[in-house]
Design a protein around this ligand. Structure first.
Ligand SMILES: Cc1cc2nc3c(=O)[nH]c(=O)nc-3n(C[C@H](O)[C@H](O)[C@H](O)COP(=O)(O)OP(=O)(O)OC[C@H]3O[C@@H](n4cnc5c(N)ncnc54)[C@H](O)[C@@H]3O)c2cc1C
Length: 465
């Protein structure tokens, strides 16, 4: 190895080490390889495998669920829409199968109302992990846990030949005909050279949060404490006893009402911009500061009636990252699309979640008009097809959206829908010997509907929750 100062190369730090070229063992050869096992990756893997394609899902942790488990989110948003004042579950298909499995394990709450306008649904992380394992294995998806995607080998400028992963057995390569980037951060797309955007254009992104859960709460005494906590926070700040990094704390019960999840923190850099989930030093600071903020929040919450004897039962494996790269595809979903309940000829699913902007010190929700509107926008297939890379699809929070559009369609519901569409499209492309971006939209839409997905268009809105 040689330490050198790369004179004149602005892309390299002043000091770098040259890594000698080496042969990599081949972990496996697949038709479809998916990086990341969050909501998008879970649905993409099941959709590709149920279409008969040899499918591998690669995940850096030892469990599935993405931010939903790894960052302790414990709550599904975006499964429902407020359609002219009535609630419907508009994300179906593979998400329904997963929800049913979580429910059978006793790990799913009934949906709860937020701001009197939209539903969300809490779950138990252990049940989610187990249900997701079962779902993938029952569809014969191969899983590689503890595999950290680390780079790609390209075949020319437009085709990915292999994904490189770091494992406990060393660095290995995975080949596939089609790759789907469900890493949330657009890692695979970025390594392949796809164009991406980051943040709000002013050096910040949606702010991350360190989630945590409390146990030992007295449910009767706590009652509907989520209604009183905002006023108690204001009073505590006015009295000077506590200071909070943001308003709009979300503190709600889990399935057992002695346990509540707490979404209260906000992680910023010293200059006030959001911690950047792509920067190792930022992530390190964010984890430590996130835990410090969790303790501060806990010290305040212990003053809330019913919380006096509570304790922190869980700090999740990682800081919750809401937004990093957004890979530019054939269409970028915008905030106006969300607020205007936009329709698209190439719709592959829908989003019923409002814009949820985690800005400095606050969380701002913006809804489509209720009850005047149908309360959901369609998601065009073009969000999943990155420019320039022929055998790549991107699904989930790193799909093609503007900063504003991503603040809505990043939540679990839309990510399940995008993932299911990406996996189905990959299988269709392989069957038709065509590029993913050129698959016949009517065939993709017909296949999604046949498997129970709701894609908007001329379909009746599904009844029930
Ligand atoms: C604090 C917080 C609160 C939230 N609250 C809610 C909520 O209440 N309801 C809701 O629905 N949504 C919520 N969200 C948003 C939601 O959780 C995410 O946007 C959603 O999980 C995105 O799904 P995804 O599949 O696109 O990506 P992710 O969930 O981020 O999953 C990506 C997966 O890829 C893996 N991965 C990443 N890079 C690599 C790599 N290089 N190699 C291998 N594996 C890799 C990760 O480990 C992860 O498992 C919240 C997010 C945060 C951060």
């Amino acid at each position: 190895m040689m330490l050198r100062s790369p004179a004149g190369n602005p892309n390299l730090p002043p000091k770098s080490i040259e890594e000698p070229a080496r042969q990599l063992p081949l972990y496996g050869e697949y038709e479809v390889a998916i990086l990341g096992g969050g909501p998008a990756g879970i649905a993409a893997a099941v959709a590709a495998a149920r279409a008969g394609r040899r499918t591998l899902l690669i995940e850096r942790y030892g469990f599935l669920g993405g931010m939903g488990t790894a960052a302790g989110v414990t709550n599904f948003c975006g499964l429902h829409a407020n359609v002219h004042g009535r609630m419907h579950r508009v994300v179906q298909g593979i998400a329904s199968d997963l929800l049913a499995r979580i429910d059978r394990l006793g790990g799913l709450n009934a949906p709860h109302l937020i701001f009197g306008k939209i539903l969300a649904q809490a779950y138990d992380t252990a049940a989610y992990k187990i249900a997701a394992d079962d779902l993938l294995l029952s569809h014969k998806v191969d899983i590689l846990f503890h595999g950290l995607g680390a780079g790609v080998v390209m075949h020319g400028a437009h085709r990915i030949a292999a994904l490189v992963v770091e494992t406990k057995a060393g660095r290995q390569a995975i080949t596939a005909d089609i790759f789907i980037d469900c890493s949330g951060d657009g890692d695979l797309a970025a390594w392949a050279g796809a164009r991406f955007e980051v943040g709000d254009g002013n050096g910040s992104m949606l702010y991350p949060s360190m989630m945590f859960r409390l146990n030992g709460i007295d449910p009767e005494k706590a009652g509907e404490a989520w209604r009183t906590i905002p006023a108690l926070m204001e009073a505590a700040e006015a009295a000077g006893t506590h200071h909070f990094p943001r308003k709009a704390a979300i503190v709600r019960p889990q399935r057992s009402a002695i346990e509540w999840r707490v979404n209260f923190t906000q992680l910023a850099r010293p200059d006030g911009t959001a911690i950047n989930g792509l920067e190792p030093d930022d992530l390190t600071r964010g984890e430590i500061e996130g835990r410090r903020q969790a303790v501060n929040a806990f010290n305040f919450l212990r003053t809330v009636p019913g919380f006096e004897n509570s304790y922190i039962v869980d700090l999740p494996p990682q800081l919750g990252i809401r937004e990093t790269r957004r890979v530019v595809g054939g269409y970028r979903l915008t905030g106006d699309d969300v607020l205007g309940c936009a329709s698209f000829d190439d719709s592959i699913g829908v989003n019923g979640w409002p814009m949820e902007q985690h800005v400095a010190g606050d969380v701002i929700f913006k809804f489509p008009p209720i009850p005047q509107s149908r309360g959901f926008n369609e998601l065009p297939y073009r969000m999943l097809t990155p420019e320039g890379i022929d055998n790549l699809l991107v699904a989930g929070r790193c799909a093609s959206m503007t900063h504003e559009g991503q603040s809505a369609a990043r939540v679990s519901g839309a990510c399940f829908a995008m993932g299911e569409a990406a996996g189905s499209a990959a299988a269709l492309a392989l069957g038709g010997n065509t590029l993913p971006r050129d698959v016949a939209i009517d065939r993709l839409q017909a296949q999604l509907k046949q498997h129970g997905a709701f894609i908007g268009r001329d379909q009746a809105v599904p009844e029930g929750l």
